[in-house]
Design a protein around this ligand. Structure first.
Ligand code: PEP
Ligand code: MN
Length: 260
């Protein structure tokens, strides 16, 4: 059964989201310097949309949980200095208000949040009457209906510019990936909502840098619409451990694009 959602193409500053759209940036915003030094080479590579985590959903307490709202000022600097558009994860109503206040261009709903219909509905309600593109990551479990339900909740609140992000699915078994791609799930989503752009997030599928290229290529072979990539500036050699997802972020070393 095809799902009835009311979509229009994502248009940012009048520019249509053209395929393949590449969004990249650090897993977490950590300092203003790190954010800007990552954004500048990305902008030079022609990447137009910057990503950064401001509030991080961590599995266990006492891990780095993001810098919070101060990072939104750094993203404003990225916009001013590079002309890039900026995107962040929102997981609750406060995040939405803060993101809108600081002029964030695109929001996404993370995998843990899209598994929770109450949380998604609260976010959807807070977006009523707002015109901003929203991307919805797949829930952590491979449940295409739950993913579609989250998309419908946001769409029903009047958000028409949307994309789905495929970031793989958690498993108790040890596998090559941190989150198993289970390509049949996004393919089924495309069958059910043919007009929905699908962006693959190889970084959160892989959990390391080894398979980033293979997963990205596979997404392109499937004619998906783009990629969302954790990418980080390498400030010093030997590299510091980044505060989140240190092993999966592809890296710039001394400003050079290196195969990680
Ligand atoms: C992220 O993209 O920063 C993130 C936390 O990803 P996910 O929700 O896919 O785990
Ligand atoms: Mn990450």
């Amino acid at each position: 059964m095809v799902v009835d959602v009311d979509l229009e193409p994502i248009s940012l500053d009048g520019e249509i989201f053209t395929k393949p759209v590449i969004m990249a940036g650090p897993c977490s915003a950590e300092t203003e310097e790190q954010v800007l030094n990552t954004a500048i080479p990305l902008a030079k590579m022609g990447i137009k949309i910057f990503r950064a985590g401001i509030w991080k959903p961590r599995t266990r307490p006492n891990a780095f949980e993001g810098v919070g709202s101060v990072g939104l000022q750094w993203l404003q600097t990225v916009k001013k200095e590079t002309g890039m558009m900026v995107s962040i994860e929102v997981a609750n109503v406060k995040h939405v208000y803060e993101a809108l206040k600081y002029g964030v261009d695109i929001l996404w709903i993370g995998a843990r949040t899209s598994a929770n219909p109450f949380a998604v509905q609260d976010i959807a309600d807070s977006l009523r009457g707002v015109n901003i593109p929203v991307m919805v990551k797949n829930p952590i479990n491979p449940d295409v209906d739950l993913w579609i339900g989250a998309i419908e909740r946001i769409n029903n609140s009047g958000i028409k510019q949307m994309a789905a992000i495929h970031r793989g699915f958690s498993s108790y078994d040890k596998t090559l990936y941190r989150n198993v791609p289970q390509w049949q799930v996004p393919i089924e989503l495309r069958r059910r909502i043919p007009e929905m752009p699908i962006i693959t997030d190889p970084s959160h599928i892989c959990g390391n840098r080894e398979f980033l290229y293979d997963i990205s290529q596979k997404a392109m072979d499937l004619n998906f619409d783009g990629l969302l990539i954790d990418r980080q500036i390498l400030v010093n050699e030997p590299h510091p451990a980044f505060l989140s997802d240190s092993d999966s972020q592809s890296r710039f070393s001394h400003g050079v694009h290196r195969r990680a």
